[in-house]
Structure formats: structure tokens, C-alpha cells
Design a protein around this ligand. Structure first.
Ligand code: HEC
Ligand code: HEC
Ligand code: HEC
Ligand code: HEC
Ligand code: HEC
Ligand code: HEC
Length: 346
């Protein structure tokens, strides 16, 4: 039941996004001269209202967006080559019989009977979860037992006691960040894993003549707050939608201001116990949307399509870097860290 491509006229869509970005541009110009703060601002400093600019799609239908097959027909050269291995594309994929996680499931007497039912794997090098398709459209069941990877990258089954398929949890707690275009009423997703739409949004077909119509196009120079809204819509694992109470955003469409509906616990950026992976995200998001420090976004360091963070090496050293480096200059080597997440159950 795949969605059909329906190319829509320019007149329908971009006005909302353009209005959003126009407001965001005003915000960014206004903030250009403000003092830069790296850590939490001193008491009394005026914080921005993250929800002040732009609009969102809460209560509106999900746009009829263009799917990756269509995009890649034209973009197979720049993007097609890396998309197959891109971690966004692969966050959920078919479970191959030889997968270490599936083998570990089969090797454990408590879970072995379920191994043949596993159809999909969710996750990466630290933890993986087992899924199977539900009868209902856009739903999957989550196995209560999952795999974690320890030393030597051996898979180990966690919570193997009384393993069973859970039909609720994925839709209510995971779908919004691991699948594409989740319907806020039914919690059904349109496509497994993350399609181009999750970052590039409801991209107009007319962008082929005018790339500036395409969110994240180089020529367009999207405002930092708009970029941060995109990445934070999944990478902030400490938020809750006001509209639904669920731990993922409600019908977020690129160009929206995420923070109109998504309530974020920014204090996590100061939580010394939080792992460096989540902390550097939380601090950068807070810097941009609360402190108005717009000189550095996720894209100052990350190239999403190549999956590389090489460009971050050329930045000037500052306190922020110490999430992952020791305070020595020049920077050599980096800290090793573990990542656990209550949100993602690993
Ligand atoms: C708010 C968005 C969000 C929600 C909700 C969410 N995840 Fe995640 N998940 C992420 C992000 C972002 C990452 C990548 C984090 C990183 O690499 O540091 C991730 C990573 C993972 C990983 C891979 C860990 C690894 O590195 O190997 C697993 C497994 C996972 N999530 C499972 C789940 C499950 C199961 C749920 C629901 C119970 C869930 N997630 C809900 C955003 C989310
Ligand atoms: C996780 C977010 C994300 C997803 C998913 C994503 N992109 Fe991108 N894409 C970006 C960002 C960010 C840039 C801008 C790169 C920059 O300026 O650093 C970009 C740039 C591009 C470019 C410009 C050329 C380039 O390599 O910089 C093309 C073309 C593109 N994306 C196409 C696609 C297509 C097609 C898909 C789906 C198959 C897709 N993108 C999925 C984030 C994403
Ligand atoms: C009919 C062919 C076609 C389709 C389909 C198409 N594009 Fe494009 N796209 C182009 C052309 C042509 C350009 C402008 C020339 C260029 O920059 O590559 C462009 C430009 C872009 C850019 C800006 C590139 C840059 O250098 O900054 C991005 C990002 C992009 N497309 C993403 C997408 C995404 C995402 C989809 C699917 C939702 C898509 N395109 C579908 C042909 C297409
Ligand atoms: C729709 C949700 C979503 C959006 C939007 C999103 N990400 Fe992700 N991202 C994920 C998930 C989920 C993972 C982990 C995938 C896995 O390992 O299973 C991930 C992994 C990553 C990783 C680690 C893997 C790698 O490729 O190095 C980086 C870095 C990253 N994302 C950066 C970004 C940036 C920058 C943006 C904004 C342009 C962005 N992401 C937008 C969900 C998202
Ligand atoms: C100053 C540079 C910098 C900024 C800003 C930055 N990152 Fe990172 N990030 C890194 C580096 C470097 C790594 C480690 C990459 C590696 O392990 O190769 C990393 C790792 C990650 C990972 C993988 C963590 C893990 O261990 O699983 C994710 C996901 C991620 N970043 C997302 C983001 C997002 C989203 C933003 C914006 C809110 C962001 N980053 C901002 C430099 C940065
Ligand atoms: C999220 C963790 C993270 C953050 C934040 C981070 N780095 Fe890194 N950095 C790494 C990792 C991992 C490596 C090794 C892999 C690589 O080069 O991407 C690294 C490598 C480097 C290197 C190369 C070191 C060598 O031994 O050759 C430099 C230089 C560097 N980082 C500078 C910075 C600067 C400057 C900042 C702040 C603006 C920063 N890093 C922020 C994780 C991080």
C-alpha cells in the first residue's frame, strides 16, 4: 500500500514554508549581534522563546510527499551511491538469516522459538531490536527481547525472560523517529525506516529548475533554527509532543518550527551523567534555539550523506569540544564513551 507520487503545483505548498523561513530569517538577523555563550547562560540572561517563529503541521494532513525511489531516479550519482549504507536509510531493514543478532536469538533456549518469526531489525552497532509486520497497515510488533553488542562485537540477548511480541510499544514510542510520516491519529507509518522526506520535507518538483525551493539545498542557506528543528525532531531523545503526549513529534514537516509543539527538557544538556553522544546534541540544540548562538549547527560538523564528521576537525577548539576531547590543545585523540537511552530501551 505504498503512497503514490503526486506532484503538486507550486502554488499550494511553499507559501507556508516560505513564511516560516521568512520569520526565521528575521530571528537570525536579530540574533547576529548577541553575545555567544557556550555553556548555560548566566542567570538573568534573556533566553529566546524557542516556539516564537514559524508554524507547524499539528492537526493538518500529512503532505503527499515524493518518495526516495523518485528522488534517486535523478539523484543517483550524488546520493544514490551512499544511500544504501546510510544509517538513516538502514535504521530498520530486512533481517538476514546470518545476522549475529538473529543467531544469538536462535542460540538462546528461551528465545529460539521466536527467531524464525523475526522479519526486520532495528538499530545499529550498540543495540538491535527484533520486529515483525503486524496485520494492520503501517504497524510492526516489537519483540520484548533485544540484542546488545559487547566486547568483540558479540551479540547478547537482553531480557530473554518470557519473550513475546508487543503490538503497542513501537507505534506509541518508537515509530516517529525510526519510520517515515507517522499518522498522529492512527500512529501508522507510511514507510519503514527514514525516507528523504524526513529531512528534505515536502519538496516541490519545481526545485529542478530552482534548487532554492528544496530544503537543505546549498543555494538556499536555511536558517540555523530551521536546520536544528529538522535534526532535533529525532535526535532530541528528551521531548514530548504537547498535542499527543507521545515521545516523538506530531506530523513534523521540514520548514516547521519543531518547538511549537515539541516540549524539550533542555536541562539535559547540563546533566553530567548523560553520555557525550546525547549531550553534544542537547547542548547544540539549546545553544541555537534557546541561547540564539547560531554560528554552529549539526551541519557544521556532520555531512549526512557521506556519514562523515571529518569537517568538525577544522573548527576552533572551545569548551563544547570537551564533551568528547580532553582539554589539551592541539586536540589529539578522543574520549571513548558508552551510549544508553531510556527512550530507545538500550
Ligand atoms: C525522539 C526520537 C526517538 C524515539 C522516540 C526512539 N528513538 Fe531510537 N534512536 C533515535 C536516535 C536519534 C538514535 C541514534 C542515536 C545515536 O546514534 O546516538 C536512535 C537509536 C536507536 C537504536 C540503535 C542504537 C545503536 O547505536 O546501536 C535502537 C536499537 C533504537 N534507537 C531503538 C528504539 C526503540 C525500540 C524505540 C521505542 C521504544 C526508540 N528507539 C524510540 C531516536 C529515537
Ligand atoms: C537525515 C537527513 C537527510 C535525509 C534522510 C536525506 N538527506 Fe539529503 N541532505 C541532507 C542534508 C543535511 C544536506 C545538506 C548537506 C550539507 O550542506 O552539508 C543534504 C543534501 C542533499 C543533496 C545535495 C547534494 C549533496 O550531496 O550535498 C541532495 C541531492 C540530497 N540531499 C538528496 C537526498 C535524497 C535523494 C534523499 C533520500 C534518498 C536524501 N537526500 C535524504 C539531509 C538528509
Ligand atoms: C526529475 C528529476 C529530479 C527529481 C525527481 C528530484 N530532483 Fe532534486 N534536483 C534535480 C535537479 C536538476 C536539481 C538542480 C541541479 C542540482 O543542483 O543538482 C536538483 C537539486 C536538488 C537539491 C539541491 C542540490 C544542491 O546542490 O544543493 C536537493 C537537496 C535535491 N534536489 C533533493 C531532492 C529530493 C530529496 C528529491 C525527492 C524528494 C528530489 N531532489 C527529486 C532533479 C531532481
Ligand atoms: C526522522 C528522524 C531523523 C532525522 C530527521 C535525522 N536523524 Fe540522524 N539518525 C536518526 C536515527 C534513528 C539514527 C540512528 C540510526 C541507527 O543507527 O539505527 C540517526 C543517526 C545519525 C547519525 C549517526 C550515524 C551516522 O551517519 O554517522 C548522525 C551523525 C546523524 N543521525 C545526524 C543527523 C543530522 C545532522 C540530521 C539533520 C540534518 C539528522 N540526523 C536528522 C534519525 C534521524
Ligand atoms: C562541533 C561538532 C559537532 C556538532 C556541532 C554536532 N556534532 Fe554530532 N558528532 C560530532 C562528532 C565528531 C561525532 C563523533 C563521530 C564519530 O564517532 O566518528 C559526533 C557524533 C554524533 C552522533 C553519533 C553518536 C554515537 O556515538 O552514536 C550523532 C547521532 C550526532 N553526532 C548527531 C548530531 C546532531 C543531531 C547534532 C546537532 C544537534 C550534532 N551532532 C552536532 C561532532 C558534532
Ligand atoms: C561528539 C563527540 C565529539 C565532539 C563534540 C567533538 N569531537 Fe573532535 N573528534 C571526535 C572523534 C570521535 C574523533 C576521531 C574521529 C574523527 O576524526 O572524526 C575526533 C577527532 C578530532 C580531531 C582529530 C584528532 C586527531 O587525533 O587527529 C580534531 C582536531 C578534533 N576532533 C577537533 C574537535 C573540535 C575543535 C571540536 C569542537 C569544535 C570537536 N572536535 C568536538 C569526537 C568529537
Amino acid at each position: 500500500m505504498a503512497r503514490q507520487l503526486r506532484v503538486r503545483s507550486l502554488a499550494v505548498m511553499p507559501s507556508a514554508i516560505l513564511a516560516t523561513l521568512a520569520v526565521a530569517l528575521v530571528v537570525s538577523t536579530r540574533m547576529a549581534g548577541s553575545p555567544r555563550s557556550v555553556a548555560a547562560p548566566p542567570a538573568g540572561k534573556k533566553l529566546l522563546d524557542p516556539g516564537a517563529w514559524g508554524s507547524d503541521h499539528v492537526g493538518q494532513p500529512i503532505p503527499e510527499y515524493m518518495e526516495s525511489g523518485e528522488c534517486l531516479f535523478c539523484h543517483r550519482n550524488e546520493v544514490g551511491g551512499t544511500w544504501q549504507t546510510n544509517k538513516h536509510n538502514r535504521t530498520i531493514r530486512d533481517a538476514e538469516a546470518g545476522e549475529p543478532a538473529v543467531q544469538a536469538l536462535r542460540a538462546d533456549p528461551k528465545t529460539k522459538d521466536l527467531a524464525d518469526e523475526v522479519q526486520l531489525i532495528l538499530g545499529d552497532t550498540r543495540a538491535q531490536k527484533f520486529l515483525k509486520r503486524s496485520a494492520g497497515y503501517g504497524k510492526v510488533d516489537l519483540l520484548t527481547a533485544g540484542a546488545v553488542f559487547g566486547r568483540g562485537r558479540r551479540a547478547k540477548i537482553e531480557s530473554p525472560e518470557k519473550p513475546h511480541w508487543d503490538a503497542q510499544t513501537f507505534a506509541l514510542e518508537c515509530a516517529g523517529c525510526h519510520t517515515t510520516a507517522v499518522d498522529p491519529r492512527t500512529h501508522a507509518f507510511a514507510t519503514l525506516s527514514l525516507d528523504c522526506y524526513t529531512c528534505h520535507g515536502d519538496s516541490p518538483a519545481e526545485h529542478t529548475n530552482d534548487p532554492k525551493l528544496m530544503p537543505l539545498a546549498k543555494a538556499r542557506k536555511d536558517p540555523p533554527a530551521a536546520i536544528t528543528s529538522i535534526c532535533a525532531s529525532c535526535h532530541v531523545r528528551f521531548g514530548k509532543s504537547k498535542a499527543t503526549g507521545l515521545p516523538y513529534p506530531t506530523n513534523f514537516v521540514t520548514g516547521d518550527n519543531l518547538f511549537k509543539d515539541f516540549q524539550v527538557d533542555f536541562a539535559q544538556a547540563d546533566n553530567p551523567k548523560l553520555n557525550p553522544a546525547d549531550r553534544h546534541v542537547m547542548e547544540n540544540v539549546r545553544d541555537v534555539v534557546l541561547n540564539g548562538r547560531e554560528t554552529m549547527t549539526c551541519l557544521s560538523c556532520h555531512d549526512v550523506h557521506s556519514g562523515s564528521s571529518r569537517r568538525h576537525r577544522d573548527l576552533a577548539s572551545e569548551q563544547y569540544c570537551m564533551h568528547c576531547h580532553d582539554s589539551a590543545e592541539p586536540i589529539k585523540g578522543h574520549k571513548t564513551y558508552e551510549v544508553h537511552s531510556d527512550r530507545c530501551r538500550y
